[in-house]
Design a protein around this ligand. Structure first.
Ligand SMILES: Nc1ncnc2c1ncn2[C@@H]1O[C@H](COP(=O)(O)OP(=O)(O)OP(=O)(O)O)[C@@H](O)[C@H]1O
Ligand SMILES: [Mg+2]
Length: 552
């Protein structure tokens, strides 16, 4: 036991006693810097990065597996999303952390393809390690990769197709959204989710300007029901109900007073001193409060409002007065919801009661309570809003983890549709585009003189990692599948269209199955992965401040 557990450098140790005289030893090794040099350093980083990319590799594609991540405080996340998997892993290695930020930038810019980009980067780094072993300088490798990446991107443009769609004819968008959802937990209900994604994006999209404002799409969820019960509301959903069960549960042609000020009878607060000496006085006070509140209600009704949305609460007595005065109200509405309601209904938030006026009211065609199945839970739906573009997706599912993953998957699908609105060009998935690029790069490498040709060939081989991973995850033989597809594409058959038949449909024609990815997504994957490699290859020194040996 002794010695094996205590692997500490004791040359710096100091012996002291604490205040009650117990002896202890201080070992000083904070502030010590560790460093690795040269090619060894590069290879060490590559090794660490490869391990990370191997973890996400198994979740690529429609047959990819999900991961369960458990946080230090026991929260459980089940996900297939590359960026989420990496984001929740506690990765110590600094270079491997770059892969995490790589998938996050893909997530931020494109939204989908976060697993693919890491698999590609891992493969590129692995190839680079072999070239370093052959004695090629890392910078030469990086240069070769850059050239190869340009060729690959040009090839993507070459093989890209454009898909047609409009607000009314959205069948194509629907199919692309379905591809994106095919690898997710929601795949059971993916028709439904794909339709929601398309409808949501198209209702907020400006097709002329090719612009989609994601701020207007809110994704909300509540445990209960099944994934199929998920619905899209052209308006806003608030997890509240009218304050009194006898208020009407539907208000047509609603004018909303949106209050962030208190809306209740004037109450003697505990810090005021109020002397009440007789029953009569008490009654008078009660009457005064009630009449004051009725006056407030009248003020609101005078502006033309027929619904009150209030950030604060009011007590049962006030509630009763609201009911008898026919003014439906919603209390305790959270700040963000208040803002959303104001935006959607074109209303103004009223912070002081005296400021209320007709011009500040929000307008909506209908405000209604929505109830779920047999439960007594209710939510408030505000539809046909004046600013009609805001929509809410309301995700249902049997538990929180499923809802969270469904939200992430929906986010991917929303992003894919948005990307197509921005740029309607697509390439075919299932590794078809990667194989075409790989062939183009390999062809170009033959015409390149100098050492770069090795790097270019390596780049081509790294691109094969995507179809190979897809094949492996689907239970196919990776190398056989790749050889067949590459052979056929190489002979000019279905260039950029033949991909891995993950779903065992019997045909490799991705156009037929409509397995497609937006062009900008694939292009971004190539660019980001290549950029990351250049960065890693250029590092030959890692200096970690304050870390012990082997802790980098
Ligand atoms: N039916 C299918 N047949 C063959 N390949 C498919 C099919 N559906 C999707 N793919 C391929 O699977 C890959 C996408 O897998 P996945 O969605 O798991 O990862 P990602 O998009 O890279 O990352 P993430 O979705 O986690 O952000 C793409 O290469 C796509 O072309
Ligand atoms: Mg995806």
């Amino acid at each position: 036991m002794a010695g094996s557990a205590m692997n500490i450098d004791l040359s710096n140790a100091q012996f002291t006693r604490d205040e009650s005289g117990r002896p202890f030893i201080i070992v000083r090794d904070q502030g010590k810097k560790t460093r690795v040099h040269g090619a060894e350093a590069v290879k060490q980083h590559i090794f660490a990065a490869r391990q990370v990319s191997n973890i996400v590799k198994t979740s690529l594609g429609p047959r990819g597996l999900d991961k369960i991540l458990i946080s230090p405080d026991g929260d459980i996340t089940v996900t297939n999303d590359g960026a989420t998997i990496l984001g929740q892993m506690e990765i110590k290695d600094n270079i491997a952390q770059l892969l995490v930020s790589l998938s996050q930038s893909q997530d931020a810019e494109i939204g989908d393809g976060t697993t693919g980009v890491v698999v590609l980067a891992g493969a590129l780094l692995e190839q680079a390690a072999e070239l370093i072993d052959k004695g090629i300088h890392p910078i030469r490798i990086a240069d070769g990769y850059d050239t190869a990446c340009e060729i690959a991107v040009a090839e993507l443009d070459q093989i890209s197709d454009s898909i047609a769609f409009s607000k009314t004819d959205n069948a194509n968008l629907f199919k692309v959204a379905k591809t994106s959802l095919g690898s997710k937990i929601v795949s059971k209900a993916h028709d439904h989710f794909a339709q929601i994604a398309v409808d949501a994006v198209l209702s907020v999209a400006d097709l002329e300007r090719k612009d989609v404002d994601f701020e207007l799409i809110k994704v909300d969820g509540k445990v209960g029901g099944a994934l199929e019960d998920t619905l899209l509301v052209k308006g806003v959903i608030v997890d509240k109900d009218f304050s009194h069960p006898q208020m009407p549960n539907e208000v047509k042609d609603a004018k909303l007073a949106i209050l962030t000020c208190a809306f209740e009878p004037p109450k003697p607060k505990t810090k005021h001193k109020l002397d009440i000496t007789s029953v009569a006085e008490y009654k008078a006070l009660q009457k005064y409060e009630a009449s004051k509140f009725e006056e407030m209600i009248r003020q609101i009704k005078d502006t033309g409002a027929n619904v009150v949305i209030c950030q604060w609460g009011f007590d049962d007595e006030a509630n009763h007065l609201l009911l008898t005065n026919d003014l439906p109200a919603v209390r305790w509405v959270g700040g963000p919801e208040i803002e959303l309601i104001a935006i959607a209904t074109n209303g103004r938030i009223v912070p002081r009661f005296e400021d209320l006026s007709a011009a500040k009211l929000g307008k909506a065609g209908i405000v209604r309570e929505m109830s779920f199945g047999t439960t007594r839970e209710k939510m408030l739906v505000i539809e046909e809003c004046a600013n009609s573009r805001a929509v809410t997706v309301f995700v249902r599912g049997s538990n929180k983890m499923i809802i969270d993953e469904a939200k992430r998957s929906l986010h991917d699908a929303l992003c894919v549709v948005r990307n197509l609105v921005k740029d309607s060009r697509i390439v075919y998935g299932g590794g078809a585009a990667e194989i075409a690029c790989s062939l183009a790069v390999e062809r170009a490498s033959l015409e390149t003189r100098g050492l770069e040709q090795y790097a270019m060939r390596a780049f081509g081989e790294a691109l094969d990692a995507v179809p190979m991973a897809l094949a492996e995850n689907s239970g196919l033989s990776p190398i056989e599948t790749l050889a067949e597809l590459k052979g056929r594409q190489g002979r000019g058959e279905g260039v950029g269209v033949l991909g891995v038949d993950c779903m065992q449909t019997g045909s490799n024609d991705m156009r037929e199955h409509f397995v497609i990815d937006p062009l900008i997504s694939k292009r971004q994957q190539l660019l980001l992965a290549t950029q990351l490699c250049r960065m890693v290859l250029k590092i030959n020194n890692v200096i970690v401040a304050g870390a012990g040996d082997g802790d980098y």
